[in-house]
Ligand binder design. Structure first.
Ligand SMILES: CC(C)=CCC/C(C)=C(\C)COP(=O)(O)OP(=O)(O)O
Length: 436
């Protein structure tokens, strides 16, 4: 019997009432976008709530950014004081989103899809904006990358992509820069694995090398235990390659905050991610475009789940392993991570369009399968995204009624992650600038 099914009936009746109200307010899935032409006023569409229904107060509201004056951390404080490089526009959008301004949908900005604007998406707003904290985390992340030789010669792009901002937006329940940095290192290491080994030939990726590289990369986070005579060779291999060094030192940093069961969970999610990388490599080698169902299965495993799975570690609590693995929780969380990854597909289309190699994203797969226009394919992809988010919202809101306080906070954190992820994608030069 699972932990959740052993739980008793909810004590708080208003939670039940809130859930019922949510369910009644939700239009049936798929109705919004698939009948869009029947719907003269797009604004009638329900806007995703800022907080997951039933989880008010589950995430501590943190608004305090780092001080902008000297902090003893050295140069980064001066960087903060000298002003942001991203301009005020992005902050303005995030701030308006953070206060739940329903008129703001950064997703509708005409970026990302190579000429077709990313449609409004059913996605919560980012829960906070703390630019000084984002800058601090980003500065530390870039300094770490430089120290280990990751993205050598391209650090300006890493700096501009602003992964520190992604961490700040996606994990609003901590304002500890070191926890955000640890998560950022893991995320950047996973991104680097993709760039160096899978899909960026200018970084040296080659399909024939992929399996061998990913096998070794996995051992950077879950070390092998060779007979003594082979230890120096293994150690050398770990140090010889910046991706392996990034994975090893990034997960070591996170290990300061994670308990063994949380680390084991993350190892599992990264192993699955690497299977997804191999799957994509196989399509590349074959020169084959997958079917839409196959691609969607792929985007569940080649997804942001390794990042989302760190939510409790970053937040400073531990979701029990039995609840993380409960099939109902897994279904909800994997739907959320697939949706978050489809946001990446929508926003990265322009970048991939210019990359020169075969690229896979849901609109391209749908356009090929359904022989439809890019605009229609983008709309259908957005509808699929929305369906996944709505299903997560409904099922997660039900799960919080009977789950532990940690599960309630975790699912609220996943919802917040969705909002932060979308806000970051809509503003990051990785997707908005042709040269990044
Ligand atoms: C941070 C993390 C878990 C990354 C792994 C999965 C990944 C690289 C993405 C979800 C992004 O996919 P994609 O290869 O399309 O990346 P970019 O669009 O190049 O950022």
């Amino acid at each position: 019997m699972s932990l959740l099914s052993r739980m008793t009936a909810p004590a708080a009746r208003h939670d039940v009432a809130r859930l019922v109200a949510t369910l009644l307010a939700s239009p049936p899935h798929r109705s919004d976008r698939s009948h869009r032409s029947d719907r003269p006023h797009q604004s009638a569409r329900r806007v995703a709530p800022k907080r997951l229904p039933g989880t008010g107060g589950a995430l501590p509201e943190r608004r305090a950014p780092l001080p902008t004056g000297p902090t003893g951390l050295g140069t980064s404080a001066a960087r903060i004081a000298s002003g942001r490089k991203d301009g005020a526009g992005r902050k303005d959008i995030a701030e308006r989103q953070a206060v739940g301004d329903a008129t703001v949908d950064a997703g509708s900005a005409p970026v990302g899809t190579g000429g077709v604007a990313v449609p409004d998406l059913y996605c919560p707003p980012a829960l906070r904006d703390a630019p000084a904290l984002a800058d601090e985390v980003n500065a530390r992340l870039v300094a770490w990358a430089e120290e280990i030789g990751l993205y050598a010669g391209r650090l300006d792009r890493v700096q501009a992509a602003d992964f520190g901002r992604l961490m700040m937006l996606a994990h609003p329940d901590t304002d500890d820069p070191d926890r955000l940095l640890a998560a950022g290192k893991c995320a950047l290491a996973e991104w680097a694995t993709d760039d160096y080994y899978c899909d960026d030939e200018t970084m040296g990726s080659a399909p024939a090398l992929l399996g061998a590289q990913l096998g070794l990369a996995y051992t950077a986070i879950d070390p092998t235990h060779p007979p003594l005579g082979y230890v120096p060779a293994v150690e050398q291999a770990m140090q010889d390659d910046p991706v392996r060094t990034a994975l090893r030192t990034g997960f070591a940093h996170l290990g300061r905050y994670a308990d063994p069961s949380q680390l084991a969970r993350l190892h599992h999610e990264v192993a699955v991610l690497f299977v997804g990388y191999c799957q994509e490599g196989s399509w590349r080698t074959q020169g084959r475009m997958p079917a839409a169902w196959e691609y969607l299965a792929h985007r569940q495993i080649n997804s942001f789940l390794p990042c989302i799975a760190m939510t409790d570690v970053v937040g400073g609590y531990a979701l029990p392993a039995a609840e993380y693995s409960d099939p109902r929780v897994r279904r909800a969380v994997t739907m959320a991570s697939t949706a978050a990854t489809l946001v990446n597909d929508l926003y990265s289309m322009a970048k991939e369009h210019h990359s020169g190699s075969v690229e896979f994203n849901l609109p391209t797969v749908i356009a090929e399968e359904e022989r439809c226009s890019p605009r229609e394919a983008v709309e259908r992809s957005a509808a699929i995204h929305d369906e996944l988010v709505r299903t997560f919202e409904t099922e997660a809101a039900t799960l919080v009624l009977t789950g532990s306080p940690q599960l309630r906070r975790f699912l609220a954190g996943v919802w917040a992650w969705l909002g932060g992820n979308r806000a970051w994608h809509s503003g990051s030069p990785r997707y908005t600038s042709p040269t990044s």
